[in-house]
Design a protein around this ligand. Structure first.
Ligand SMILES: [Zn+2]
Length: 132
């Protein structure tokens, strides 16, 4: 299918580091078999046994890219908007606390408002990796 959240490169941008929170107690939640943990104090999101791109793509594998939005207030220059296949099903999105940007690595942030999932990035390759 077109415009699905994808993960189609084998290598990550050079120097990609996961923004792991080793300081605070974070309890992972499981969605689609993916363990995801967010730290509200650090503003980070991490995935168990997956890198941040792979984790994000696995978590939101059935989300559709609906477009690119203005990056006002976003932590990075390009923001891609995704919607769940069933708009009433927010169970996957709920793994990420709403209305706040969480940093997955130095290239990728995620935010959700209950209906739209936003991925912000500042590395052009990310756009091709995760969407279009
Ligand atoms: Zn933390």
């Amino acid at each position: 299918m077109e415009n699905r959240l994808k993960y189609r490169v084998l290598s990550q941008p050079r120097g990609t580091m996961v923004m792991m929170c080793g300081t605070h107690d974070t309890t992972p939640v499981i969605r689609h078999g993916v363990a995801v943990a967010t730290c509200r104090k650090c503003g980070t999101v991490t995935f168990r046994n997956r890198d941040s791109f792979g984790g994000m793509a696995a978590l939101f594998a059935d989300y559709r890219l609906v477009g690119r939005v203005e990056a006002i207030g976003a932590p990075a220059g390009e923001v891609m908007a995704f919607r769940p296949p069933d708009s009433s099903d927010r169970s996957t999105m709920d793994a990420i606390p709403p209305h706040r940007w969480f940093r997955a690595n130095e290239h990728l942030w995620v935010c959700q408002d209950g209906s739209v999932l936003l991925l912000a990035h500042r590395f052009p390759l990310v756009s091709r990796m995760l969407g279009a």
